[in-house]
Design a protein around this ligand. Structure first.
Ligand code: GAP
Length: 454
């Protein structure tokens, strides 16, 4: 479906919905924006938070063998020298001599064996030059070479340089992992496809340390675990592809890498990398710092540098994948026979920004409003709820469909006993995807929802 007109239109609609409903805005918009930087609005922030929380729950809290850390974005420059980022974290950059646009050489289309400028079509391009993607900055008041460092381009290095401290305090035995979620920065030559390639973004990374003989098996294990994760946040396996990187294309230290890819409307693109990085990173830091980063195996009495398997996912890319997977438009006919297009985000209840809309049938009836407010108070400590009393009930449902809210509770005259005892103390519970409504008891609302959103 990549690159055809309907896929392009679908992406346009998603971007416009994101802005209209407050998922994602351009950063610094009132000043013309800042290319490659994005702000999340109220709904986007909840969605992102739910994603990160579920990743943390799955990767750290539900396991005995993983602990968390939260490292600083600025680190000693020597970290980036030792990791190889200062010398080699580059993309090949070319300029178009005709229109002066700048590109990543490996992303340009070719015609008759020659790369083409995507702005003016010229093939008069400069030779590729290596462009380092790290944002350089100065620490302290002196702007000279001795004060240089970089905004981290990945969260992983903080984990490697704290390996020894965390091993000591957590008293874990191999295999065990250290997880981290946080900001990373890359001065991408061509940020594009909405938030897909940004200059500021977040990563969710796990470094899972092991004995050398466990690496290959754990690579397969983590690939499976990560695919299970995507299924559990509602991304269907039909939209995912596993790409095994051929050995000649893997980093020189990697003994195996998989890319988990997603079918975005603009093409199949990487969502996450799962890589067996051997003992490369710890060995580099051990050599450069002169500090031992070895593990002592009490059973075999051996000292060795652990190997590592790294599942590394992008928060923003996954949020974008969730939005793309959830977006749907369908034709529905109302009770008066009028057909309209219903826009709905079919998020899994677990990651949906708002879990439940609460609606009094009429806003000028004190008893309806009072009962609805009571339900809001009951649910609020447990989940994100949204109270809405304005407009026709059908319109209120539609607004929540567009926000991806999986459930809606309506308080009507049955609820407050004005239509007799049969449905007294019950509400209608509307389900977003099927639009089916059922009556459930007030006393059951909380457990009904908790069961479905956890
Ligand atoms: N520590 C390994 C590492 O950083 P990576 O493949 O460069 O590996 C991991 O990045 C993930 O981070 C990617 O799969 C992607 O989801 C996310 N990511 C990388 N660059 C990004 C960018 N410019 N914008 C948004 N997400 C990005």
């Amino acid at each position: 479906m990549a690159h055809d007109k309907s896929a392009f239109e679908r992406m346009e609609k998603i971007v416009s919905l994101c802005k209209r409903r407050g998922f994602i805005f351009q950063s610094s918009e009132i000043y013309g924006g800042l290319n490659g930087c994005w702000d999340y609005g109220p709904l986007g922030t909840e969605l992102k938070r739910n994603l990160k929380d579920f990743w943390w729950r799955r990767m750290v809290r539900e396991r005995d063998d993983v602990v968390g850390m939260d490292g600083s974005i600025l680190m000693n420059r020597q970290v980036w020298v030792a990791s190889g980022h200062e010398a080699t974290f580059t993309d090949p950059m070319v300029d178009c001599r005709n229109c002066r646009s700048r590109f990543r050489a490996d992303q340009l289309p070719e015609k008759n064996g020659r790369k083409q400028c995507t702005v003016c079509g010229s093939d008069d391009l400069t030779e590729p030059r290596a462009f380092n993607l790290m944002f350089k900055t100065y620490v302290g008041a002196t702007e000279d070479e001795s004060a240089v460092t970089y905004l981290r381009p990945e969260t992983a290095q903080a984990i490697f340089v704290q390996f020894k401290n965390i091993l000591e305090v957590s008293r874990k035995k191999l295999p065990f992992g250290i997880a981290q979620v946080g900001k990373a920065f890359r001065n991408e030559i061509n940020p594009r496809n909405f938030t897909f390639r940004s200059r500021e973004f977040e990563q969710m990374e796990l470094e899972y340390f092991c004995r050398p003989d466990q690496g290959l098996e754990l690579l397969e294990y983590w690939l499976k675990e990560r695919l299970r994760f995507y299924s559990d946040i509602g991304i269907s396996s039909d939209l995912l592809h596993v790409h095994k990187i051929p050995p000649e294309e893997c980093a020189h230290y990697s003994k195996g890498t998989y890319d988990i890819e997603f079918e975005f409307p603009f093409g199949v693109q990487e969502l996450e990398g799962v890589a067996y990085r051997t003992d490369y990173d710890l060995t580099q830091h051990q050599k450069a710092s002169g500090k031992p980063l070895e593990y002592f195996d009490e059973e075999t009495k051996q000292h060795f540098v652990p190997h590592v398997v790294e599942p590394s996912a992008g928060v923003d890319r996954t949020v974008l994948a969730l939005l793309c997977a959830a977006f749907d438009e369908e034709h529905v006919t109302d009770e008066k026979g009028k057909t309209e297009t219903r826009t709905v985000l079919r998020f899994h209840p677990r990651i949906a920004p708002i879990k439940c809309g609460v609606f009094p049938l009429l806003k000028n009836n004190e008893r309806l409003v009072g009962q609805a407010r009571e339900i809001v108070d009951l649910l609020r400590p447990h989940m994100m709820v949204f109270y809405d009393e304005s407009g026709a009930i059908g319109r209120r449902y539609r607004r929540q469909d567009e926000a991806g809210t999986p459930f809606g509770v309506t308080v009507d005259f049955d609820t407050i006993g004005e239509n007799g005892p049969v449905n007294n103390d019950t509400v209608t519970m509307r389900e977003r995807d099927s639009m089916k409504q059922e009556r459930i008891a007030l006393a059951e609302i909380k457990s009904f929802l908790l069961e479905r959103i956890s």
